[in-house]
Design a protein around this ligand. Structure first.
Ligand SMILES: Nc1ncnc2c1ncn2[C@@H]1O[C@H](COP(=O)(O)OP(=O)(O)OP(=O)(O)O)[C@@H](O)[C@H]1O
Ligand SMILES: [Mg+2]
Length: 255
């Protein structure tokens, strides 16, 4: 059987609360709605992806699958939405750090990639990973699996140093990869047209980074949707958030 080519994207930033989960969830939703068979992976021990989609807490998930305690089929939530499977974080995702640390320098980074190799015949068109906000072995594993990286950056004055840190981390990771991880772009989030700081920061980002994706505006619907377990498209398809994430998905050729 020929191997089906799929895209693997991760939303990552070495900073909390910048819109990583919101971006991963809603991009995965847009991709699934466009008819792509999509897998959304929660690689953050906080486990926000499952909650955001209104899924019941899952004991196994990514944690059990990485540790080989469970098969993929027993770990994944099938058809969380049409065309969308979700691999929740699972209860013991924090414990994988210790497990990875027991391995040699190379093996500890490629554990997740090894598990993904077994997924080939699952035939996903698109895999999207939500990342934890701090550097860890788990994050290094995600960087080994992903081909494309989206860097959400909240438009406040602390975003620049965090972006530089993230860029450095990607550079270090790339040193040990055969095929470089591609930064598809910095994604400005919480864009507020009314504030000068938002506009100034956006200008600065454009000066410093070659690829700036279309900004996601600040939108209360984006904050409300996960609290009722809905994607932005289910919660309010005409909201700014829905419009912005639909545009982003088109930009990234996911929809
Ligand atoms: N554009 C936006 N406008 C308004 N609220 C937003 C926007 N994007 C995200 N939020 C809200 O801001 C909070 C942080 O977003 P999110 O959880 O996506 O960030 P994160 O980077 O994944 O955070 P963490 O580092 O904790 O995982 C959430 O409550 C989310 O609903
Ligand atoms: Mg998150």
């Amino acid at each position: 059987m020929t191997k089906r080519r799929h895209r693997v994207l991760a939303a990552s930033a070495l900073k909390g609360g910048v819109g990583k989960t919101t971006t991963a969830v809603n991009l995965a939703a847009a991709s699934a709605r466009a008819g792509h068979r999509t897998l959304l992976v929660d690689a953050d021990p906080q486990g926000s992806v499952g909650t955001s989609l209104g899924l019941a807490p899952e004991a196994r998930g990514l944690a059990a699958w990485i540790m080989k305690d469970a098969a993929f089929d027993e770990s994944v939530v099938r058809a969380a939405r049409e065309n969308l499977d979700v691999l929740p974080a699972g209860e013991r995702l924090l414990d994988v750090e210790d497990l990875f640390r027991e391995k040699g320098k190379e093996k500890r980074r490629t554990r997740l990639a090894k598990r993904f190799e077994a997924l080939e015949d699952e035939e996903y068109d698109v895999v999207i990973l939500d990342c934890p906000p701090a550097a860890s072995l788990l994050l290094e594993n995600v960087y080994h699996v992903a081909d494309e990286l989206i860097l959400p950056a909240k438009l406040d004055f602390l975003s620049l140093p965090a972006l530089e840190k993230t860029r450095l981390f990607v550079k270090e990771e790339n040193a040990s990869r055969e095929k470089p991880l591609r930064i598809v772009g910095v994604l400005p989030t919480f864009y507020d047209l009314r504030t000068a700081v938002s506009t100034e920061l956006l200008d600065t980002l454009r000066e410093r980074f070659t690829k700036i994706l279309t900004p996601i505006r600040i939108n209360v619907a984006l904050a409300e949707a996960p609290s009722v377990g809905k994607t932005i498209f289910e919660f309010d398809g005409s909201s700014r958030g829905a419009v912005d994430y639909a545009l982003l998905a088109e930009d990234l050729k996911l929809a």
